[in-house]
Design a protein around this ligand. Structure first.
Ligand SMILES: Cc1cc2nc3c(=O)[nH]c(=O)nc-3n(C[C@H](O)[C@H](O)[C@H](O)COP(=O)(O)OP(=O)(O)OC[C@H]3O[C@@H](n4cnc5c(N)ncnc54)[C@H](O)[C@@H]3O)c2cc1C
Length: 508
């Protein structure tokens, strides 16, 4: 593809989150030149790793789908397919339990990789709902089966939609119908036990930050069925291994990822995006710009034309996080302790700020993440940026507020890890302000969520109202989660490649 004289690349990508890197890697492999600008010194955004005091911590994500070798898996197992296409190996370690839920009233449910063991665990606790449990999870399995048969592409691409519809008419119609259904309403068709329905709420909340009624059935079908097929697999070396491998892929095919390069604005010419200006004042031009920033940051900070502003009220703004990264003595972790946990003490406040504790200890899977005799722990609770905005960074008050919240999270976690407070040897604390500052995410938010009742197809796709400006990442369809933003990167690359005249092959 011919570049004009002033163009640095065919495609400029703003941000090296998983959505942006995936789009760049696939386009670069297809022969388009790509240039990624990342403000940090490292790639991956919410899916990066950092080292401190001999420990390697996952900054955010640590439960990973998409790494199975299952060959006939359509839209699923995207990591395997993308790294196969790039010719890059990412070694992973299988995790037998997705999440161990510790809920009120002694309800303790490990979400096992083995589907039958998982369904039996639930049926043992709720024998009167055994039939309903199976029917509900079979509905999710149905979504999984359909998605496994349909190739990944852009829902804005008529050629792709036409080909998928012609080759799989029944599955396509069935999937389209399911986009109107909610996970929680589907559960209520088969289940009436209130405690079990609350467990199903937690299943949704664990990644969607919404209860089951507000969560689309299709999203649930991906995560809660695929865990029993592809399973949960942890990348050796930590979550940062995924973006590092994508960067290697981009560079292997001749693309560039430039770190410590913050984009301060998107350049428009006759209303169309044509380049970016960096914080150092330099300008870079391309045929197409992809923003991996959130929809609020893209249109309310980077696009200078105020006509494109996105009202805060267009979506629900998910909360941000208060996070603890702990290095601990390994003696505090009992035998047979699973890697990922969710703790709720009271149903009344599971979805309130700080109400649910997320907890993971990935060095149980990959001991190289911690010094000998130690483990890494990542614990986090939801928190709103507004709760922290009155503090000055570096001040004693800010430090004390963080220490105080951290102590409370640690002491609540002692319910599953007695003695944790005594075992902590290293502690790094991050408030929503940290999340906002590091990742340029508006209010440090987990991202925009659909309002209850909105169809999942109402999530923005990759095309934006600004000509030549595309979007990838968790502000776009299908939403939050590493595998979801990977899909958004695939669909964004597919859309751009088609428009630029060299369509991508389907991933296999
Ligand atoms: C605490 C936490 C736990 C999570 N746990 C899981 C989990 O277990 N499993 C899972 O699947 N998902 C999990 N997620 C969600 C998942 O990590 C995210 O949905 C996903 O990584 C978001 O990817 P993204 O492509 O949208 O971009 P982001 O991760 O937001 O990355 C965007 C990148 O763009 C850069 N950037 C932004 N603006 C600019 C600019 N102007 N110039 C240059 N660079 C810029 C940022 O620095 C960043 O590197 C978790 C998230 C968090 C926060």
């Amino acid at each position: 593809m011919e570049k004009s004289k002033r163009e640095s690349a065919d495609v400029i990508v703003i941000g090296s989150g998983i959505g942006g890197l995936t789009a760049a890697a696939l386009l670069q492999e297809r022969g388009f030149s790509t240039l990624v600008f990342e403000k940090n010194r490292f790639p991956g955004g919410s899916c990066s790793s950092f080292r401190r005091g001999g420990y390697t911590f996952d900054a955010g994500a640590s439960v990973f789908y998409g790494f199975s070798e299952e060959s006939k898996s359509g839209t699923l197992n995207l990591h395997t397919k993308i790294f196969r296409k790039l010719g890059i190996v990412v070694n992973t370690i299988p995790d037998p339990v997705q999440i161990h839920f510790h809920l009120p009233n002694g309800l303790s449910v490990p979400a096992w990789y083995d589907r039958e063991v998982f369904l039996d665990t639930l049926a043992t606790r709720f024998p009167h709902e055994a039939g309903g449990i199976r029917k509900f999870y079979d509905e999710l399995e149905d979504v999984y089966r359909i998605l496994s048969a349909l190739p990944a592409g852009s829902l804005e691409d008529i050629t792709h939609l036409g080909s998928v519809g012609l080759n799989n008419p029944l599955k396509t119609v069935s999937l389209a119908m399911k986009t109107f259904r909610s996970m929680g309403r589907t559960a209520r068709k088969f289940i009436s036990d209130r405690e079990l329905l609350r467990f199903i709420d937690m299943e949704a909340y664990s990644w969607a930050l919404q209860d089951a009624v507000s969560t689309p059935l299709v999203n649930a079908g991906i995560c809660l069925a695929d865990r029993h097929h592809g399973g949960i697999n942890y990348p050796v070396g930590g979550s940062g291994a995924i973006p590092a491998a994508l960067c290697t892929g981009i560079e292997k095919f001749g693309g560039t990822v430039r770190f410590q390069s913050e984009v301060s604005s998107i350049l428009l010419e006759d209303g169309a995006a044509c380049g970016v200006r960096l914080a150092d004042g330099s300008e870079h031009f391309a045929k197409v710009i992809v923003s991996n920033a959130t929809i609020w940051d893209t249109f309310n900070r980077l696009v200078p034309d105020r006509r494109f502003r996105v009202a805060e009220t267009r979506f629900l703004r998910a909360p941000s996080w208060f996070q603890l990264y702990l290095g601990v003595d390994s003696s505090v972790i009992p035998d047979n302790f699973y890697v990922h946990h969710i703790l709720v003490e009271q149903w009344e406040n599971f979805n309130q700020s700080g109400g649910t504790i997320y907890f993971s200890a990935p060095s149980l899977l990959d001991p190289s993440l911690a010094p000998p005799g130690k483990h890494t722990i990542h614990a986090f609770v939801t928190s709103e940026a507004e709760e922290w905005e009155g503090f000055t960074r570096g001040s004693d008050e800010y430090r004390e507020a963080k220490e105080s919240l951290a102590s409370s999270v640690i002491s609540r976690t002692e319910r599953i890890l007695p003695g944790l407070s005594q075992a902590v040897e290293l502690k790094v604390l991050a408030s929503p302000l940290t999340h906002e500052r590091y990742l340029n995410r508006h209010k440090g938010s987990y991202g925009p969520l659909l309002k209850p009742g909105q169809n999942i197809l109402q999530k923005p796709q990759n095309t934006t109202p600004v000509k030549n400006l595309f979007a990838a990442g968790d502000s776009t369809f299908p939403g939050q989660g590493v595998i979801a933003v990977t899909y958004s990167g695939v669909s964004c690359a597919s859309r751009i490649a088609r428009i630029l005249g060299k369509p991508l092959d389907y991933l296999s």
